[in-house]
Write a protein that binds this ligand. Structure first.
Ligand code: ZN
Length: 135
């Protein structure tokens, strides 16, 4: 395999194309617009209708587990007052998903190709000369 699972994880965490490693996931000059395909290698990034739902679930999951749950614990143990906890939780609940948008789209691609690395064009088996003759 040309692209290893470690590379897929590194590229996913760096918001890079899982196939070629280019900074080409998002349209230039646009913050929230994922390219339909990577302009460098042609990998289809929007794989199918509703593919973004996985990214949305990741985004809300990270927001809940890493932000809202700790905020609730801080409130529960008295480190945050009632008003402060409400303000922090509401602000985080709206801001964090926006801030995590690009990363969550990249994480979703990372997870998909981590489990199915053979689906990356760079990892597809090359046909040998002998097999080419039979096609
Ligand atoms: Zn690419």
């Amino acid at each position: 395999m040309k692209v290893t699972r470690q590379q897929i994880i590194a590229r996913g965490l760096a918001n890079r194309c899982p196939n070629c490693g280019g900074r080409s996931l998002f349209r230039e000059g646009r913050i929230f617009e994922l390219n339909r395909a990577c302009p460098r290698c042609g990998l289809r990034l929007e794989r199918e209708e509703g593919f973004f739902l996985g990214a949305m679930a990741l985004n809300y999951g990270v927001t809940c587990c890493l932000f809202l749950a700790p905020t609730a614990l801080l409130w529960h143990y008295g480190a945050l007052g009632n008003t402060a906890a409400i303000v922090v939780a509401l602000a985080g609940a709206f801001l964090l998903p926006v801030l995590l948008y690009r990363s969550s789209r990249s994480w979703q691609l990372m997870l998909y190709y981590f489990f199915l690395p053979q689906h990356l064009p760079a990892n597809r088996r090359q046909l040998s000369v002998h097999e080419d003759e039979n096609v």
